[in-house]
Design a binder for this molecule. Structure first.
Ligand code: FES
Length: 102
């Protein structure tokens, strides 16, 4: 993919590790990371879907996201790389997250 295609792509490549399995999915930028995973058939944990409960917490291992809302994670959690998938919007063109071992 050229730099230009990457710059204007409406999708992000997300690598997701969940229950011991790692897979790559395409994350359309206008949807939440949680919705992208659910659409791809990944049974990611969730409840409130609005940044309030923490059920969807996972760890960002590579890349960058922005949380549209956050009523759960402390500054320490954020520094540890924890994110809320239900309110995560992409910043970088690829990310890697894990639900395992954190
Ligand atoms: S599902 Fe409740 S914070 Fe994400």
């Amino acid at each position: 993919m050229s730099i230009r295609e990457t710059e204007f792509s409406d999708q992000v490549e997300a690598t997701v590790t969940f229950s011991g399995k790692t897979q790559r999915i395409q994350w359309r930028k206008e949807m939440s990371l949680l919705d992208a995973m659910l659409n791809a058939g990944i049974d990611a944990p969730h409840s409130c879907c609005s940044g309030k409960c923490g059920t969807c917490v996972c760890k960002l291992q590579a890349g960058e996201v922005r949380l549209k809302r956050n009523f759960v994670l402390s500054e320490t959690h954020l520094q540890q790389g924890l994110i809320l998938a239900c309110v995560a919007a992409p910043v970088s063109d690829s990310i890697h997250i894990t639900y395992d071992n954190f």
